[in-house]
Design a protein around this ligand. Sequence first.
Ligand code: HGY
Ligand code: MN
Ligand code: MN
Length: 422
Amino acid sequence: MNAPNQSSDLAPVDARISGQRLWERLCAMAEIGATAKGGVNRQALTNEDTRGRMLLLEWATARGYQASIDPIGNLFIRRAGRNPALSPVMTGSHLDSQPTGGKFDGVYGVLAGLEVFETLDDYGVTTERPMELVVWMNEEGSRFPPPTMGSAVAAGALPLAEALAIRDVKGADVASALQAQIVALPPLGQRELGIDAHAYIEAHIEQGPVLENETCDVGIVTGIQGLHAYEIQLIGAEAHAGTTPLRHRKDALVAATALIARIRAAIVDPLDVLRFTVGRFEVYPGSPNTVPGKVTFNIDLRHPDAAHLLGAGDKILQLCQGEIEGCPISAKVLLRSTPVSFDARVVGAVRDAANARGMKFRDIVSGATHDAKYTAQHVPTGMVFVPCEKGISHNEAESARPVDVAAGAQVLCDAMLAIMSA
Ligand code: HGY
Ligand code: MN
Ligand code: MN
């Protein structure tokens, strides 16, 4: 590429991202935690997650960007601007994945942000404000529930001490896993908790079929639906599978399945807008010939309307009182995040950027949750979506096209520059 002449954001330049470099970086990152079925398993604070962060830091420090980390492990990469005292224009997403995750969920937003920084370097663009790329810790919440843990703590929605004490199914807590990661990473600047940005724009795959079905190049994300996360526990009594009559049993698994059936019946939504999922279900002691003495399961509940979500959530908590099948029930609220509408100015900058590039686009509300729901509580926030194949995500078959990931990164670049001086 011919390096264009030196310029600054005062003299607008048509900075065009490199789709090829972005695609190469996505492929390189996908090798870390790669699974046999073509996806990734890079769960938060595992060795794979640490290796992914190390690769990103390698690319970032090669460009002279400054890296820092906050007390919950959110990683910040800063591209200097003319005036360091100004709040940065921020972008970001996450590198951690589901256990059977895809190559684009989260990673795309992180590497699209890096591509924007590198493109501005290549075009010699010096911006007035610094720019920051944040890698939110544990967005997926698959190893350590709840999801969006790092951004929730940074936003003050989840106490740091509570998050650090959360354990995975093997008993490891966030604090020790985070400490192990920090020791393995290169030395990083220390960063206080908080979200300080002039604006935040995140690029992400849609994780649904709408954009692909409508042959849109990008989606202008206007908001995110609300999400409640609960942990439910039922306590029975271990007993011998062969000698214990059913009438004498306190079978926690029978109780849990009866309770889930009751909850589903109580919150059924004929419009199929409410999303109720039990994705984690632990049976203790998990022996084929011992009656289960304890069951712990997680509920993920979502809806775009705050009142409907709250109503369903309260019904669940009412049903999770007392006992069922002789087993006492306990319920823990892990997260209650309300639906979010993004800042009109930032949404407009994303829409204008797509329009100026002659792209086909549409407004869209995100069914998936994102760290942007927490940045939106503190700074003007928006997102840009790109299509993914058949809308498949949280699945190793997740896929996206080079032309689409490039288009989203270009919109991200243009929108970040536009919001810079807004
Ligand atoms: O669960 C979600 O919506 C996100 O993809 N972690
Ligand atoms: Mn994601
Ligand atoms: Mn995800």
